[in-house]
Design a binder for this molecule. Sequence first.
Ligand SMILES: *Cc1c(COP(=O)(O)O)cnc(C)c1O
Length: 425
Amino acid sequence: MTATALPGHPHIAYRDGELCMEGVRLSALAKTHGTPLFVYSKASMLAALAAYQRGLAGRKVQICYAMKANSNLAILQIFAQAGCGFDIVSGGELARVLAAGGDPRKVIFSGVGKTRSEMQQALKLGIACFNVESQAELEVLNEVALALNTQAPVSLRVNPNVDPQTHPYISTGLKGNKFGVAHEHALETFQRAAALPGLRVVGIDCHIGSQITQESPYLDAMDRVLDLVAQVEAAGIAISHIDFGGGLGINYKGETPPPADHLWFALLSKLDARGFGERQLMIEPGRSLVGNAGVCLTEVLYLKPGEQKNFCIIDAAMNDLPRPAMYQAFHDIAPLKPRSGQSTLMDVVGPVCESGDWIGRDRDLHVQAGDTLAVLSAGAYCMSMASNYNTRGRAAEVLVDGEKSHLIRERESAADTFQGEHLLG
Ligand SMILES: *Cc1c(COP(=O)(O)O)cnc(C)c1O
């Protein structure tokens, strides 16, 4: 038996000419469950988490998985059982944490637009911290907490104004972004928070963007945040935890982001050098824990040769894999059973009625109708962003664990997609 792991995907390999995840042949899963089908490797997720745990070993740290990357209950369960808390951005995500058996006391609530009812729900459940993004939000949270006769634990999300050198739609720590409190206004905002009786200042946080592939933006952001911690504490407001957000990138197309343990080795040296090494830390990784643990299996429906372009029409589309349409993102595409012979340059597109519905452009493939392909790096921001556009039911999801596989989400039927709609009287 010959096995060749895909570069950057240690749990995905060709074995005897067939693409496998851990000990499972992906073609068998496509046959049993149909396509499009998301498949995730448990070992891959735990290995990604272990890299953070190694890098942060011996420190006071809470890893809060940013669940918007992939919020399937079974995946949340895996991270909860591994000791993670969760970074949430809505009341719906909080409900998922509870449904998955997660501990609300390890939840931090991020996002610029929390509603009063979401605040109430989170306060009643006793979450660890609200990551507040504006002065206006502070005032509302104070009111909501006082009405419940309690105090809300708050961290202020500061905007360190560093360029993460990533796609503009996923950079969040620059002045022109909607996120966080500007560096210059951070001190006065902390002072306001400390003065409000319904709030208890517990932390400071930042999150500068996503798919970051270099160390330097993190080091710069850390410096800026530590400057603020010193300033705020000098003004008499204690900060009990520092949260450095998420954002570490993954390999989609040969990118070489620092491994999490290397990144944290560098960051912790700075933290130690500046005398903050003993602090309680939090981090909020999303993509880097799940992105390369997942693939989306899809069947080739038709080949459509053309004068200018050849099209490979597949049964997955932008409603399943929104990243190419949304960010011009690249996902590698691999056949489950590669054919020998001449390959052709083609655009891989879905059935949705939009020209933006492409999954891969100018790909060199040798495929026939009926073949199954794997769209790689599909564990993060794919299923969690999936929609029912064109009344397409969302795909099923399977988790692979060694030789075993578990259906962790049923395929949506057409009836599921219009359940809850009403005809007129
Ligand atoms: C999305 C998000 C994260 C996770 O980002 P990744 O790039 O997936 O690691 C962390 N923190 C906040 C506040 C976020 O919005």
